[in-house]
Design a protein. Structure first.
Length: 249
């Protein structure tokens, strides 16, 4: 439940070492959040900075590839911190299309994390938020899933599935007091994309975090980062496939 000042009080980050996820959590702590759960594989997550800001931080072991553990993890997080005001699944594998072309097993394994893991944890979190009667699930989608490109179509197809899942889940939660925010960043400059040439309208983890916090304040349901990508993809969706295939990698 939001505190007396209207600020988020409790945050669960799934993928506790994510640059975007940690940037969102830091901003929420600076604005009044006092209980944070960082769920990370191996239970290794940076906690000192958040503790210095005054947050009570719990760390839980989380494996996105083990959906059979996800429902119990959500309940453990709630047992540690109380009602969950904001849940942020921020895990995933970018991968390489060339690797996937050569190794379909690797492609299937990463899609299971990028889509299946989010479906499992998203449904488990949604059940908890519905029972509470409040709370927000922040789904980090991508413009890569808005129209899938040949340069990264395995990753893009997983994001397309995630985006559709998030929209459907938002409709399913309507009227429950819980809600979903779908975030569609462009190319994010950071550890995951190190060594890659930034695409036009690239953003940083900090810019994505600012947009998410603004959406929590204003109750937006869909966030494009940067905002002008909404218009760009309104046009790109209409491009004939022969032209779409010719876009630079």
């Amino acid at each position: 439940m939001r505190n007396a000042l209207g600020s988020v009080d409790t945050v669960l980050l799934l993928g506790g070492r994510s640059e975007i996820g940690l940037a969102i959590v830091e901003r929420l702590v600076r604005r009044g959040a006092r209980r944070v759960v960082l769920a990370a594989r191996g239970a290794i997550a940076p906690v000192e900075d958040l503790e210095r800001l005054g947050a009570e931080v719990h760390v839980l072991d989380f494996d996105a590839a083990r959906p059979e553990t996800h429902a119990a993890l959500i309940e453990e997080a709630a047992a540690k911190a109380g009602d969950l005001d904001v849940v942020i699944p921020a895990f995933g594998v970018l991968g390489s299309q060339a690797v996937y072309d050569a190794d379909p097993v690797a492609a299937a394994r990463d899609v299971a994390v990028n889509f299946g893991g989010h479906v499992s944890i998203g449904l488990a979190a949604a059940r908890r938020l519905r029972e509470q009667g409040h709370g927000t699930l922040v789904v980090l989608s991508s413009v890569a899933g808005v129209r899938v490109r040949k340069a990264n179509f395995v990753y893009g197809s997983a994001k397309a599935g995630l985006d559709g899942f998030a929209q459907g889940l938002a409709d399913a939660l309507h009227g429950s007091g819980a809600r979903v925010v779908v975030v569609r960043p462009g190319f994010v400059i950071g550890r995951m994309t190190r060594g890659m040439t930034p695409a036009p309208m690239s953003v940083t983890a900090a810019e994505v975090a600012d947009a998410v916090v603004d959406a929590l304040d204003t109750r937006k349901v869909t966030v494009w980062v940067p905002a002008r990508l909404r218009l760009a993809f309104a046009v790109m969706r209409l491009l004939p496939r022969p032209l779409w295939r010719r876009l630079p990698r």
